[in-house]
Design a protein around this ligand. Structure first.
Ligand code: GLC
Length: 431
């Protein structure tokens, strides 16, 4: 089918995010943050995490559980103080769909079985205790360091009978059913919080944790006096980490592809920013645009994976040879060079917008902490999109430069691999 060039021009326009728009996003993001902190209606939940940054002197052996992505992981590591830790020993368990979308009880029984399996392989002396940190990467209304209620599932999880319930209690009951009821989970952690804490263990400038992977979200360190909805004691100078749940931010300019994706999603009207940024959705946006331009045959929803975008964008050959091989390999015949170029352009537009939205939201978070950027901030980032998507981190950096000009040097964005697991162990030590 011939490519409709003028159509592509229109599409292009609908994905641009100039600095003026970015500034609006920052302003609206601040407004939503304030409302969320005051318990007013807001698309940002701003959930107090019941934990502050570590000192780096925490010590001991801990176990961490990590649920929220494609695999379930159990890991053990030793904190050695002075910001040092042993490399984690971990075991991955494939999380089948029958658990993520089936009965909640089965999901927790599966987790308990994995924990039992892992523990049986460790040399834990009789009487020796191991605190466990549980990274549960969903919006949880925490009621304490080791308790919290799942507000709603996000990403592609929908297990029944979990929303509205305390996930630590559900896990505890499952551990009992598996015959390891003596194992106690002492901390419930969001992956962003784990990421921040893991980096802060060795870098005291770190005050933002960010995930841009299957889902996207951020947390930051806030002064307790500014968390208006915080019911506990409020000592001046005291700080607490706040899980923003930024994936649900909704004051963003949507185009018709975003609307289509949302209408056909599991959770219409929710997770608006996540649907424009994270790996779970980027491929689908590209697919919708390609289909609209009559460019390819991926007719089934979500059949165009975000990894394909990475592969297409990574092809820097003048004749886009690998793009050709890729489409041929998918059984879609041979595409002309013009068509291949357009496909790459579309991928780039979608990636670029995702990176610019992430930069805008990050800029809002950093200026909430420090409006004039008067000191240095380390932002710990994990997630497949940030780590693996060609150009994503440099697009993000470019947008931050437009926003902050020379002050951008006060921001250090670091890849914090596997922070969520390490952080959960550290938080277990604090609990
Ligand atoms: C989703 C979850 C959030 C998590 C993020 C990254 O947005 O709601 O809690 O941090 O994915 O995994």
């Amino acid at each position: 089918m011939p490519v409709k060039k003028n159509q592509l021009g229109k599409v292009e326009k609908s994905f641009l995010l100039p600095l003026t728009e970015i500034k609006k996003i920052i302003k609206n993001f601040h407004g939503e943050m304030e409302k969320g902190l005051a318990n007013k209606k807001s698309s940002l939940r701003m959930i107090p995490a019941y934990v502050a940054k570590p000192t780096g002197e925490e010590r001991g052996k801990y176990i961490a559980l990590d649920l929220g992505g494609t695999n379930f992981r159990v890991l053990e590591l030793e904190l050695k103080g002075k910001g040092r830790m042993s490399p984690p020993e971990e075991k991955k368990f494939i999380l089948e769909k029958k658990y993520t979308i089936g009965e909640g009880r089965d999901l927790f029984d599966f987790i308990a079985k994995c924990v039992k399996d892992f523990i049986s392989t460790r040399k834990i002396a009789q009487g020796e205790k191991r605190e466990i940190g549980f990274t549960f990467s969903f919006p949880v209304k925490q009621t304490g360091i080791a308790s919290g209620i799942l507000v709603n599932w996000t990403k592609d999880f929908s297990a029944r009978g979990v929303e509205g319930r305390d996930v630590i209690k559900m896990l505890g009951d499952a551990l009992k059913r598996s015959g390891i009821g003596h194992i106690k989970v002492s901390a419930l952690v969001n992956d962003t919080v784990g990421t921040l804490v893991a980096r802060a263990y060795q870098d005291s400038n770190c005050d933002v944790g960010l995930i841009i992977g299957t889902g996207t979200n951020a947390c930051y360190e806030e002064s307790i006096t500014k968390i208006k909805k915080w019911q506990g004691a409020k000592k001046t100078g005291e700080k607490m980490i706040v899980n923003i749940e930024w994936g649900n931010f909704n004051r963003l300019p949507l185009n018709r592809f975003d609307k289509l994706l949302d209408d056909n999603s599991l959770n219409p009207g929710r997770q608006t920013l996540e649907k424009m940024v994270s790996g779970m959705y980027l491929g689908e946006i590209v697919r919708l645009v390609l289909r609209d331009c009559g460019l390819c045959g991926f007719s089934i929803a979500h059949s165009f994976k975000s990894e394909y975008i990475s592969r297409i964008e990574a092809d820097n050959s003048s004749d886009l040879r690998d793009v050709k091989a890729f489409f041929r390999g998918c059984g879609l015949g041979s595409l002309g060079l013009d068509e291949r170029k357009m496909i790459k352009t579309i991928c780039r537009l979608v990636t670029l917008r995702a990176a610019r939205i992430s930069a805008a939201a990050l800029a809002a978070v950093v200026t909430k902490i420090d409006p004039a950027l008067s000191k240095k901030h380390t932002v710990a980032i994990d997630g497949s999109v940030y780590e693996k998507h060609p150009g994503f981190s440099s697009h993000m950096h470019q947008a931050l430069k437009e926003i902050f000009k020379s002050k951008v040097n006060r921001l250090k964005l670091v890849l914090a691999k596997d922070g969520s697991g390490k952080g959960a162990a550290i938080i277990a030590s604090l609990a």
